[in-house]
Design a protein. Structure first.
Length: 369
């Protein structure tokens, strides 16, 4: 077997399977699949997968796919034996079960299709085999990042900021939200990113009151509030950043509200360290907004983990009961949203440390008001 991070992760997974008395694991979640194998082919919807990983507790793992992806799978996942399901996944699993001899097969219950489960369960029952649902087995491995992952996340964040600044310098009156969003996505690819890590958000004025606004043909006017939430994928790792500014000279109302959101972000960042819960961090930022009279204007959680997926554990929210651990990477993104005025959200990514956190972002656009 080849070396590298995928080998280390495979060893950890197999050790976990043995500890939990699981003979084999079927991995269907795309981010988990890439995390464990290096195989980058995306799924075109949950009903059109580009493959599965079959990982036994001992012995060589398999990448199950079809002929469209054979060459890519062999090139990107050298640790895995590529097996094609020309007659369907169930037929291939039946053949491999006889070859490997596993009796208990675990699957990812949060992602595996119920219809596929029913077909597999029917087949397995006839053979006296056991299907075992598992939730979060690989996701919990992904929560704490190693130095290699932190290096890629720093690079992803830096590239994201470079893209933002490149497009920011070109913004002018008359441009639409959609045009700016398209420019951001195009620039990401031109500057070497795999693509956006989520649908880019560009919102002017009252449109910014929608936390997940979809870019429209609304044209930019002098004095408009502009919210841009963007992230990209760099070598498999995501970034996520939000900047809000006024195109022109901001009025005092905007300045006061912007400064309040910034104070909330700083309060959240200042609370982060290993051992505190996500709820404690969320509460610190939320308190600032509430004391400023805008507690009801901040409805979503303060932040989320970032890694091979742009939204993963841990969660900074009122329900975030788990303690943060050194090496976790999270966003801190308080917001203020008023339907008849607009919205402000400021977002940075940080690495949790034993004594505090490291802010990954260097871009200060709008943060020094």
């Amino acid at each position: 077997m080849a070396g590298g991070v995928e080998f280390e992760r495979l060893v950890r997974v197999q050790a976990t399977l043995r500890r939990k008395n699981i003979d084999a694991l079927l991995v269907s979640q795309p981010h988990n699949r890439r995390y464990l194998s290096g195989y980058t082919a995306p799924d075109h919807g949950i009903q059109e997968t580009s493959g599965f990983l079959l990982i036994p507790g001992d012995g060589p793992p398999y990448l199950l796919t079809d002929s469209r992806f054979t060459l890519q799978a062999e090139a990107e996942a050298p640790l895995y034996q590529v097996a094609l399901y020309s007659k369907g996944l169930l037929k291939l699993l039946e053949r491999l079960q006889k070859k490997i001899g596993f009796k208990t097969l675990a699957f990812e219950s949060d992602y595996f299709l119920h219809s596929s489960f029913l077909r597999l369960a029917s087949l397995w029952a006839k053979k006296g085999l056991t299907l075992r649902p598992e939730s979060g087995l690989i996701e919990q491995m992904r929560v704490v990042k190693d130095e290699h992952e932190l290096h890629l996340l720093r690079q992803s964040t830096r590239l994201n900021e470079q893209v933002f600044q490149s497009v920011y310098q070109t913004i002018e009156p008359g441009m639409t939200e959609r045009e700016i969003a398209l420019a951001i996505d195009l620039t990401m690819r031109e500057m070497g990113a795999e693509g956006p890590s989520f649908d880019t958000i560009v919102a002017f004025g009252t449109n910014a009151a929608r936390p997940h606004a979809v870019p429209t043909d609304r044209e930019l006017l002098a004095g408009d509030l502009v919210l841009i939430d963007m992230g990209l994928v760099h070598k498999g790792y995501c970034s996520d950043m939000t900047r809000t500014f006024v195109f022109g000279k901001p009025d005092q109302t905007y300045l006061d509200r912007h400064r309040l959101v910034r104070q909330a972000m700083l309060a959240g960042i200042g609370t982060i360290r290993a051992g505190v819960t996500g709820a404690e961090v969320d509460r610190a930022a939320r308190r600032v907004l509430a004391e400023g009279g805008y507690g009801e204007a901040f409805g979503h959680g303060l932040g989320h983990g970032v890694g091979v997926a742009v939204h993963e554990d841990p969660r900074l929210s009122p329900r975030g009961r788990k303690q943060l651990r050194a090496g976790m990477v999270v966003t801190v993104e308080p917001g203020l949203y008023l339907a008849d005025w607009g919205g402000i959200r400021l977002e940075n990514m940080v690495v949790v440390t034993d004594t505090g956190c490291e802010v990954l972002n260097r871009d200060t656009t709008g943060l020094d008001l």
